[in-house]
Design a binder for this molecule. Structure first.
Ligand code: NDP
Ligand code: 2IT
Length: 451
């Protein structure tokens, strides 16, 4: 391996002990851009370009005290990792999940820099959230938590500074409570400070659908480049949240049959196709568990998840696998089962859903991989479209936003393909996405001096 690259990787390991997810994300990017580093190693080394890229500009952590419905005071930890403002205001989601820690925040923030660069829009990279667990909490508890979280976060964000949005555990309801509190503290209507807002107070049509739809647009382009299509394909999807639901919707529209959806408790397998209206009712309206699907469709199969193991979704035979739940949900073991079962393509709706070993196994077996940074960039791209509508004080129609999203996903695919082809790794869109985004960021970094 290139000596400079090797040294930076070792140093990063030393500097971030006990942060496995962050180190995984850095390793995955840096090792795949080696040919670019080799071309520019002297100038990159002299200007410590990689060292600067792997060090967040700022990490904020804070106390979030709130009162539960029993009058008991609870304390959580809040985070905002403002990773890079190279090409625009810090931008990225907020995750509320008990597993949230600094490693997960940093990996997500790091991925976001590259993803946002691929969108072609002026947005930097950030991530935030809390180890707060929204499951089983009342609306009032969610509201009080969001208000307390924003009472600290507000001083660090702004429409031209840092623009948070949703992620796991943060959807329209939470963004509403966060926005209400921000507006109250600031005494100003600064719509562009958050994205994923409801349509009735400044949100963008099609933002809710954008990540899942964008994933399918990318998959469509990738399959097309290999003389294939979604039509008639069997698709397995993990998760049943925002990304999973709208990926399922668009996949079905493209003629595919989606046969699984899951949550952390288990997976529904419906060989004739999932009833998506029912999943929306269970998840978006009732905030229930996927198992409740059986009440209406007792003929479907429910497979319980085993704690510490991959989701049962990956044991179901399919042409296309779309991990849309969380990081490292496809291990090497599941990758082997998927390949044995004849999977043709994997599209990462979640961030870093495949372990490095799993991704390498897919690539070695000529399985097409749509990497998260590129394939799930439709969400943040549409957030940027929401920001621009807020600045213009104007709204686009649903069709206008979807058309822009589609064009952005086509451009992202083309950029990944072009970079993969240029560096003699045709068909390796993981490498293509990393190289295309890194080059843009490296150019911006070089242009802006030592900051
Ligand atoms: P949601 O909270 O809407 O849904 C998350 C889904 O994943 C739920 O079904 C949840 O099940 C499941 N899940 C979450 N954590 C785990 C876990 N540790 N093990 C098993 N299942 C789990 O989140 P989103 O759909 O918004 O996010 C899903 C993924 O997509 C994340 O990786 C996120 O970072 C990524 N993403 C999201 C974007 C967006 O715009 N929302 C944009 C780009 C990427 P349960 O209810 O049981 O926890
Ligand atoms: O991972 C992601 O890209 C998101 N959660 C969406 C971020 C955003 O700012 O819309």
């Amino acid at each position: 391996m290139n000596e400079y690259l090797n040294r930076v990787l070792k140093q990063t390991e030393q500097n971030n002990l006990n942060e496995p997810e962050y180190l995984q994300a850095v390793k995955e990017v840096l090792t795949s851009i080696e040919p670019v580093i080799e071309q520019h190693k002297e100038i990159y080394e002299k200007t410590a370009l990689l060292e600067r890229m792997v060090e967040p500009e700022r990490i904020i952590t804070f106390r979030v005290p709130w009162v539960d419905d029993n009058g008991q005071v609870q304390v959580n930890r809040g985070y905002r990792v403002q990773f890079s403002s190279l090409i625009g205001p810090y931008k990225g989601g907020l995750r509320f999940h008990p597993s949230v820690n600094q490693s997960i925040m940093k990996f997500l923030g790091f991925e976001q820099i590259f993803k946002n660069a691929l969108t072609g829009l002026p947005i930097g990279g950030a991530k935030g959230g809390s180890n707060f667990d929204p499951k089983g909490k009342s609306d009032n508890e969610i509201m009080r938590f969001c208000q307390s979280f924003m009472t600290e976060l507000y001083r660090h964000i702004g429409a031209d500074v840092d623009v948070p949005a949703g992620d796991i555990g943060v959807g329209g309801r939470e963004i509403g409570y966060l926005f209400g509190q921000y507006k109250r503290i600031r005494n100003a209507y600064e719509g562009g400070v958050l994205t994923g807002k409801d349509i009735c107070y400044g949100g963008s049509l099609a933002r809710k659908e954008a990540t899942g739809y964008g994933l399918i647009f990318f998959m469509r382009e990738m399959l097309k480049a290999h003389n294939d299509s979604l039509d008639g394909k069997t698709v397995i999807i993990s998760g049943s949240g925002n990304v999973a639901i709208y990926a399922a919707e668009k996949a079905a529209e493209a003629g595919a049959k989606v046969v699984t959806m899951s949550d952390s408790n288990g997976c529904i397998y419906a060989p004739d196709g999932i009833d998506l209206d029912l999943v929306k009712q269970i998840k978006e309206v009732e905030r229930g568990r996927i198992k409740e699907y059986l009440k209406v469709h007792p003929e479907a199969q429910y497979i319980e998840a085993v704690k510490g193991e991959d989701s049962p979704v990956w044991t179901i035979k399919a042409d296309i696998a779309l991990p849309c739940a969380t990081q490292n949900e496809i291990s090497l073991n599941s990758a082997k089962i998927l390949v044995k079962n004849g999977v043709k393509a994997v599209g990462e709706g979640a961030n870093m859903p495949c372990t490095i070993d799993a991704t390498n196994y897919f690539l070695e077996n000529n399985i097409l991989v749509a990497p998260a940074k590129a394939a799930n960039a439709g969400g943040v791209a549409t957030s940027a479209i929401e920001m621009s509508q807020n600045s213009m004080r104007f709204y686009y129609t649903f069709d206008e936003v979807e058309e822009k999203l589609d064009r952005i996903m086509v451009n992202i695919f083309n950029a990944c393909k072009q970079a993969a082809d240029e560096y003699n790794h045709s068909g390796n869109y993981v490498m293509g996405a990393n190289i295309a985004s890194f080059k843009k960021l490296a150019d911006a970094m070089s242009a802006q001096g030592i900051v």
